[in-house]
Write a protein that binds this ligand. Sequence first.
Ligand code: NAD
Length: 373
Amino acid sequence: MKNIAIVGVGGMGAGHAVAIASGTGNPTMIIPGIFEKEAAKYHDYDTDLNGILNLIGVCDIRAERQEWAKKQGYRLYDTFDDVIADPEVDIVLIAVPNDQHHDLSVRAMRAGKHVLCEKPVMMSSAELEDVIQVSRETGKVFYPRQNRRWDEDYLIVKKIFDEKLLGEVYNIECRIQGSRGIPGDWRSKKAHGGGEMLDWGVHIIDRISVMIPEKIKYIYAHMTHITNDEVDDGFKMQMIFESGRTVVLEVATVDFIKLPMWYVAGTDGTAVIEDWGLDGKMIRLKSWEDKDAAPILAGSGLTKTMAPRLRGSTEELPLPEVHFDANELYVNLVDVIEGRAEQIVKPEEALRVLRIMEAAFKSDETHTVVEFE
Ligand SMILES: NC(=O)c1ccc[n+]([C@@H]2O[C@H](COP(=O)([O-])OP(=O)(O)OC[C@H]3O[C@@H](n4cnc5c(N)ncnc54)[C@H](O)[C@@H]3O)[C@@H](O)[C@H]2O)c1
């Protein structure tokens, strides 16, 4: 068992604290209203964290969060220096705004602690290269928290892709859409690592980057600034892989009607996942034989190409079921520290994601397609 201390118990850090202290891995806090419905869908994971991770204490610079921590009965460290000076702390979990990840990770590892760092792990690939070097020098584990590799919607898409359930997937589109604009906290400040590319982009790029084992040839991105100029409040991005496969990624914060979260196009069918509620379906082709059809009336004209398929030439299927245990990330961290396992989320993978994001920013600035690998 390893002792973990959490630095920053705001939204995410508090979620970690609840997840670890309860042993369930469930980060759900009692947020009134909209999230209660979502929270009800969380189910227990296979793994119980009791006996694997122990929450030894937390630290936050804000009085209100310190009060919250005390009320939960958590041990409170006064400062970050107190956390890393405690010989009983094995792992420091960094859940503060993005601009502090580099400094705190380096100081923690140099003090002999392993680090679990929230996403985006760093503000730039140069920062992460430095951190990887410190991890090598100190022999301490640096673990990027790319937790959305364990999201059910993504694992369904990955299964369709890996097992070719719809033939060869030639295009994937993933959209994360909200309508509240960028939050008013540090996420709206460039200096703190705000903006949606760093906030949500990092998740959806990470998932695509590990799912598709191919070189990315070209990246084109356009950031939106609908609600503010300082940081992007969303983006549209296209990636073209070596095989010609394409990926379209979109994050938006000013969309009041959502498109499906996933649209997966394969040579033998199409899948749609509407949202986190996992409503969706697959339509699979039975045969390509009936290519020609009589023209149909479409708008003010006729079309043969877009005529619907004959009934019976395709079948509708439910989305495949997947098994997942989101506690695997915490467990893997401890296993890696104890020398029992290979790291699932590798720092080098996070480095590639940062480089992809940098290419996207460059594309946006120059209005050009960036050649990537
Ligand atoms: N993986 C995910 O799904 C996910 C989700 C949300 C946030 N995050 C990440 O978690 C991190 C925190 O985001 P958040 O939404 O919780 O932000 P937040 O503003 O809600 O919380 C950050 C907390 O850190 C505290 N803090 C700031 N500097 C500190 C310091 N030097 N020492 C101690 N405490 C300090 C603040 O007082 C605040 O309570 C970010 O990197 C964010 O990208 C990850």
